[in-house]
Design a protein around this ligand. Structure first.
Ligand SMILES: C[S@@+](CC[C@H](N)C(=O)[O-])C[C@H]1O[C@@H](n2cnc3c(N)ncnc32)[C@H](O)[C@@H]1O
Length: 215
């Protein structure tokens, strides 16, 4: 399935960036992925039923979903999705992959998903677009449905922050990602989503935001 709806300039820029980055994404990301791959199974263990993974990327999460999951993975970049499609062969669950914009989700019905999962999407997404994505997550989640987001943020530790600031121009150029996005605030601003838990996976950099859609 393909969504051909026109998109914002920011998204068009991100899409072309990721269509290029896709060729070397897994190699470039390998040093970090060695860390992430320990977190992915633990973050996906309780995820069940109909699941939307927004910004599925090269499909690093796919093999960690339980067999009963019906997964819809969406991404702006067809080249990232092509990599995910190859990885979906190792998934234990049913997987549908769609080129789709998380700020529009035109192919996703209302109140359809039991879970929305998204790792390292919002740190890539400009703050101006994040309320649109949050609104879509509200719309497509069933009442009581759950969400789990994993994002990178700036550390409060001055030494760590200096290191992040050193890498920030590279991270933004290659991934479009920034450490200063206000994702937690955008989710907390939602009238329909309730944040029930936030915690860090490592130092105060890798932030997990969890919650549910109000009934
Ligand atoms: C940093 S990668 C993370 C990939 C994957 N979630 C992971 O954990 O490895 C961010 C992904 O989000 C996608 N993306 C960015 N903006 C998007 C949007 N508006 N809608 C859907 N996907 C988007 C990019 O194409 C890219 O594949």
């Amino acid at each position: 399935m393909q969504n051909d709806r026109p998109m914002s300039t920011e998204n068009a820029v991100l899409e072309s960036k990721y269509n290029v980055t896709a060729w070397f994404y897994d190699i470039l990301d390998y040093p970090w992925e060695r860390q992430y791959r320990r977190w992915r199974p633990q973050l996906l263990r309780d995820v069940a039923q109909k699941v939307l993974e927004a910004g599925v990327g090269t499909g690093r999460n796919l093999r960690h979903y339980a067999p009963g999951v019906e997964l819809t993975g969406i991404d702006l970049s067809s080249k990232m999705l092509a990599k995910a499609r190859r990885r979906s062969r190792n998934a234990a669950c049913a997987v549908e992959l769609i080129r789709e914009d998380a700020t529009a989700l035109t192919s996703c019905p209302e109140s359809h998903f039991d879970w929305v999962v998204s790792f390292f999407l919002c740190c890539v997404m400009p703050d101006a677009l994040q309320p649109l994505a949050v609104r879509q997550f509200e719309r497509v989640l069933k009442p009581g449905g759950r969400f789990r987001l994993l994002e990178m943020v700036y550390s409060e530790d001055p030494a760590l922050r200096r290191r992040q600031e050193y890498f920030a121009p590279f991270v933004e150029k290659v991934y479009g990602a920034r450490f200063d996005r206000d994702t937690l605030q955008h989710v907390e601003n939602s009238e329909k989503l309730r944040v029930t838990n936030t915690y860090f996976l490592k130092k105060d950099i890798y932030l997990v935001i969890e919650g549910n859609r109000l009934p």
